[in-house]
Design a protein around this ligand. Structure first.
Ligand code: NDP
Length: 516
């Protein structure tokens, strides 16, 4: 077959007359937009019950906030008020800590480990049973596509509970030759990007190791934590083992500074992490901090480009880019930069931005007005810094906080959009010539949470991966999570690890008794 005949065979005509490659290897522009049209497929929220207001969950019951103050939780896709959430004050936090202390002393720390495990297994199964309700609620409250809350957030939350339930009566195997003792009452503060999943990362290992908890969800996404409180109550978990106090930053700060809390686990911004670290200095509280990131996604010339394109999309547009380990900086080897950027732009055109409850939606709503404003500010900063912006041509819904998938090319390493965490669907693209240049650029930010490497060569993965200043290095994939795998950062991305066996350490005191 001649070259011309091969090219003709690789193309077919669509109904509107445009050329479309039929072979994934054909070196032609993909014309996704004219070929793929989806009818809307909305998930029904009819059966989902969201109460008109919620109290705090203290000592196994929902109670009114001591000062009677409440704030609204808003659906970011519609701007409608979903419910009223209680604002936690020092009185509420005192009650919760007292309940957690009594539960710790009288019940939970003395319960046989096997029994503790049974409760946690039960909670995991109940999350599965209520998975549809939890997934829809998560998408309504936080704006994330139902596809993600249904297929990622909720199943993974259950998986973390299953995983740590299994450890409860096997701590002797986790720490051979040493005795693991629980710490006491844990104060846990979580962000709005993965509300139920971050709760699972915090509560599951704490309970498995015999601790009790007081947890504060983020102000904009409290509802699934309160539904989780219902699960704790319905599972028969002893009163006071899990307490949920809602509120904003001040409530979190009061938990951090409470005298009768033994450990703080925090996930959120680096700025707040630093405030917490300062206030814990000089106390004997243990702490773990999971903070921000500015992950580099490095694509070498020998990578499978089409596979890398899907990985780049997943790395930055998963959960609207509200991901601490997002691959928000793309580093492409010079020889393929032009081709890859064009393919990426073509693929971007196919992303569906819109109703989080539509099963076809790829990118949902930005979590809050405040975060929308912050992302918009960074987009303006990028333009002012002289970078070239590319945004998709598709329109956005009239209501709600939606942001177009955005690429910036022509950026330099010192630009703010390259150095600072934007936490939105915004990707910067830089080029490099040699592996050492890629490593230098990848490591040149204050953060050190995640990175990705795309190459056909296993040796390159090991060579480059071992030189990344980041807690996680993904190879030919991105944003993959598993309960057995530790997660955490270097530099300004945090202190300590969550997940896997490593995730048990922050919740125990170890002694060498068994060695005597
Ligand atoms: P914050 O760090 O402000 O919030 C995280 C959690 O801490 C929330 O529950 C928050 O409460 C609480 N909090 C706020 N101030 C204090 C304080 N002084 N003491 C104790 N707890 C406090 O992050 P934001 O939610 O405001 O997000 C802003 C930026 O943080 C994002 O743009 C992103 O860069 C980063 N971020 C990183 C995350 C990660 O996973 N690494 C997750 C979320 C955000 P409340 O929200 O109710 O005010």
């Amino acid at each position: 077959m001649s070259t011309t005949e091969k090219n003709e065979a690789a193309e077919s005509k669509t109904t509107n007359g445009s050329s479309k490659p039929t072979s994934p290897n054909a070196d032609l522009r993909h014309d996704f937009a004219s070929s793929w049209v989806y009818s809307s497929a909305p998930e029904s929220s009819d059966k989902v019950e969201i109460k008109s207001s919620y109290g705090h969950f203290i000592n196994g019951q929902f109670v009114e906030p001591a000062k009677g103050r409440r704030f609204n939780s808003v659906n970011p896709a519609t701007e409608e008020i979903l419910t009223e959430i209680s604002e936690g004050t020092s009185e509420d936090i005192d009650s919760a800590v007292k309940a957690a202390r009594i539960a710790y002393n009288k019940r939970w720390s003395t319960l046989p480990a096997k029994e503790r495990g049974k409760y946690i297994f039960r909670i995991a199964r109940m999350i599965q049973e209520r998975s549809r309700d939890l997934a829809i609620t998560e998408s309504m409250d936080g704006g994330k596509p139902i596809r993600e809350s249904r297929d990622v957030d909720v199943p993974l939350a259950a998986a973390y509970f299953f995983y740590y339930a299994g450890w409860a009566d096997k701590l002797n195997y986790a720490f051979p030759g040493r005795e693991a003792k629980s710490i006491g009452v844990c104060g846990q503060i979580i962000p709005w990007n993965f509300p139920l999943l971050m709760l699972a990362w915090k509560i599951a290992p704490a309970l498995a190791t015999g601790n009790t908890v007081v947890l504060k969800p983020a102000e904009t996404t409290s509802i699934t934590a309160l539904k989780f409180a219902e699960i704790c109550r319905d599972s028969g978990l002893p009163d006071g083992v899990v307490n949920i106090i809602t509120g904003a930053g001040q409530t979190g700060s009061t938990i951090v500074n409470h005298d009768d809390i033994d450990k703080i686990a925090f996930t959120g911004s680096t700025n707040v992490g630093k405030i917490i670290q300062k206030s814990l200095a000089g106390t004997d509280k243990k702490y773990t901090l999971e903070l921000g990131g500015k992950g580099a996604n490095i694509v070498f010339e020998d990578a499978s480009i089409d596979q890398a394109i899907e990985g780049i999309i997943n790395a930055i547009f998963f959960n609207q880019g509200h991901v601490c380990c997002a691959g928000s900086r793309l580093l492409v080897q010079e020889g393929i930069a032009e081709k890859l950027t064009q393919k990426l732009k073509d693929r971007l055109e196919t992303l569906i931005v819109g109703d989080p409850l539509d099963k076809n939606t790829d990118i949902g709503a930005i979590n809050s007005k405040a975060q929308y404003d912050r992302i918009s500010e960074y987009i303006n900063i990028g333009k002012e810094e002289g970078a070239d912006i590319y945004q998709t041509s598709n329109g956005l819904p009239d209501k709600g906080y939606f942001c177009k998938p955005t690429l910036f090319t022509g950026v330099s390493q010192s630009n703010r959009i390259v150095q600072e965490e934007i936490f939105g669907p915004v990707l910067t693209i830089q080029t490099f010539r040699t592996p050492s240049e890629a490593i230098e650029k990848a490591n040149n930010t204050p953060y050190g949470l995640s990175s990705g490497i795309w190459t056909d060569r296993g040796s390159k993965i090991f060579n480059v991966g071992s030189q990344m200043d980041s807690g996680v290095v993904w190879a030919n994939t991105f944003n993959k999570f598993d309960p057995t795998s530790p997660f955490g950062g270097y530099k300004e991305s945090g202190v300590g690890r969550e997940g896997g066996l490593h995730g048990l350490y922050p919740y125990v005191n170890l002694s060498n008794n068994n060695l005597r």
